[in-house]
Write a protein of this length. Sequence first.
Lengths: 278, 332
Amino acid sequence: MRRRRRHALPGFGLTLGLSLSYLALIVLIPLAALVLKSATIGPLAFWDAVTSPRALASYRVTFGCAALAGLVNLVLGPLLAWVLVRYRFPGRKLIDALVDLPFALPTAVAGITLTALYASNGWLGRWIEAAGYKIAYRPAGITVALIFVSLPFLVRSVQPVLEQLEPDIEEAAATLGAGRLRTLVSVILPTLWPAIVTGFSLAFARAVGEYGSVIFIAGNLPMVSEIAPLLIVTKLDAFDYAGATAIAVVLLLTSFAALLAINLFQLWTVRHRTAEAR
Amino acid sequence: MRWIIAAVVIAVSAAALPARADTTLLNVSYDPTRELYRDFNAAFIAKWKQDTGEAIRINQSHGGSGKQSRSVIDGLEADVVTLALAYDIDALSQHGGLVPADWQQRLPDNSAPYTSTIVFLVRKGNPKGIKDWDDLVKPGIGVITPNPKTSGGARWNYLAAWGFAAKKYGGDAGARDFVGKLYKNVLVLDTGARGATTTFVERGQGDVLLAWENEALLALGESGGDGFEIVAPSVSILAEPPVAVVDKVVDRRGTRKVAEAYLRYLYSPEGQEIVARDGYRPRDPTIAARYAKKFPDLPLFTVDEAFGGWQKAQATHFADGATFDQIYTPGR
């Protein structure tokens, strides 16, 4: 006789049905509406809208700055997580709470604050300018804002994995003669890698769509510091709903492709490593 | 579980109660009118209470003029709109028929109870010696103006520059070249007029801000007169920010009477006085004479004279791929 496993929630059919309807209602239907709206202009106009020089330049700014911000957090996020998990020091809980602040803060507030800080008369900006650099009203400013809003993704995805990773493993590696670098590269990083990649892809996807915090610090010059979400808003203001959704579809597909590619890559590394372990 | 539901029900009904107490009006306006309508609403509420005994509340919404117009089309229940340019109210008639096509004929002076113009705000002492439009295209001058695609005020800025250059440099070809050079000097292209003011005043960017006269007067007032000065160019544009009752909304909500009275009060001597005090040019000649010192007398051209109306100006200059977009299209 087949024994049925007991689950906390009853009925596989019911729960699957519910979650699929929920997903459809919250995610799929709005996205389908988006794609349908963009299709109303016909393929030629769609192609023109999404490949105009302005649009192409805005993709470069948006995806470039989002990737750069993701890469900075790729290094600093896990480091922060490491410090929070492995060390006990006064104020640790406070810093731990601070990490989530970019989630909680309205993005416009973040944008205005960052602009005030980094503008040429701001607390930080005046020193940076004295050193011959400029951050606010340039792509560099966009990157700073995106680093700010996407930091929690890297920290929060790596932190739980690090907590599971017992310090014993490091000690074991040390007793087997591995130096610090070897322990980091061959023992710790392979374990953390999937979490880091997940965090990076979430941070990247979030940064691609970010509008509120960027708009104040970007300068918004076409071809230079105009992000794709701004181009969407501009088109909406001109009552060009179809053109706006066309660009939105490009952002959506690119983000989706990036997330999918990263998931596949993760699957591949996990298989690869299990194969290696055999 | 039951007490949670009970608590939610109580909270929701408590939140709904005060809304039922009075008639409310929603005035959806553009960016720099926050101060004007704060003062005007207080005066109108008192006046309405005195005339009818009815207490009303007036809610305000501010933002870029185009965005505000789109919000109303998308369902924001505005009883009245007070926007930066006629094109944005025309849009209410074209998309969804919220107002009739002849809305502009329903109130005096093209439904624009106050006017304004575009002036320059420069730093104290005018260190770069900016006197007129020609000075804006000189190399090394940092100009701050918002994006005409998202800001109504910025469209007036753009058309004012175009109108100046068309007269001086022989028609549209000269104007196109001039405006192109001007926008090459733009350092930051904010999405709204208030954002551009902040960038210039608070963040210290640029040498000159192209601004609504009312916005420049406000910035001057807030800085206490030091830090900035206003430069009036040799010629500028007559900006006529129009107002309209949104028929579909007031008929559904039963607020037509109070909404119409609200807009008419803008034309009354009391309304015109508030308008002038807050930096907008009044239509009423007596009140205009009283504030003559505040508003320098400079030659102003209208959009109808120089551009053949807003529909035409929009199509030639601000539509997708039109002259403004061409400035930023590479290879020109």
